[in-house]
Design a protein around this ligand. Sequence first.
Ligand code: PMV
Length: 328
Amino acid sequence: MTRQKFIDQLLKGSRRKPGTRGEAFAPANIALCKYWGKRDAELNLPANSSLSISLGKLGTRTVVKFAKNADRIFLNGKPAPKAFTRRVLAYLDLFRKKGQFFEVRTKNNIPTATGLASSASGFAALIQALNELMGWKLRPRELSMLARLGSGSAARSLYDGFAVWHAGQRPDGMDSYAEAVDSAWPALRIGILEVSAARKEPGSTEGMNRTRETSELYQAWPAQAACDFDELRAAIAAKDFPMFGKTAENNAMAMHATMLAAWPPLCYWKPRSLALMQKVWEVREYGFELYFTMDAGPNLKLLFLENDARTVRKLFPKVQIVTPFPKA
Ligand code: PMV
């Protein structure tokens, strides 16, 4: 099935009474059980279900309006760089009628220096703003399926707190959406340790494809991911932090192992990434409950509980601590 057919099917029953403007905020999210590998590249369907935590007030705010003669794309108050503009326009092309143009103004409050991917919050904010502008009145579940077409992990950025993205089984992808996990964990903290703010190379799609095609270890990935997904859900329900941290860290290491066994090898780590991992393992030897996760990049995201924040700051003076469940 093509993207266009998928979108037509999804929008079939929806209202289409355009307004004059749409605005939305979406949080960034960090996967604890990673999405790694596609079962369908055209519809961006994942090979495995994933689970994430959103970063509260850190994310993307986007305003969309109709424009007169040409598209205009702004990022953080300035005309957006070429690669960013190209990606947004390719996405808008999926939804525009002939002769329709858009003005998109998008702002990230994720400090760019953290090197955190903003495509997840970016596409999640854009599709919600479009929903308002176009008057579709779609529900979050449907919007997450549309966000997925921009960037897989964007499917999970429709929600605060924990979110799960179901891999689904249907070839048309109508069962591959994200939804919120009804479970808050106010004591949970995430510590961002920046190693490099440079763009990840190669990008996640190429990284996934290469791993899937050439890594023998990838064979084991879907089963491990399914197991980790269930364990994380159970750990969240029971607020079992050691089980939560261990499962998330082990899931990230297993994903990186599949990449290391790809050809040519994929290693997103820098020497400093490894030094930081070793520091975490060392303090854990002494009984300190600190874990980490890493995506397709060199930065670490520490996982710990509120009571340990002071010690984490002492151990890692440059850490940026995020509260994923901020008080309203
Ligand atoms: O959403 P994408 O296509 O950028 O892929 C995200 C891949 C990982 O960040 C490594 C894992 C994840 O689930 O977010």
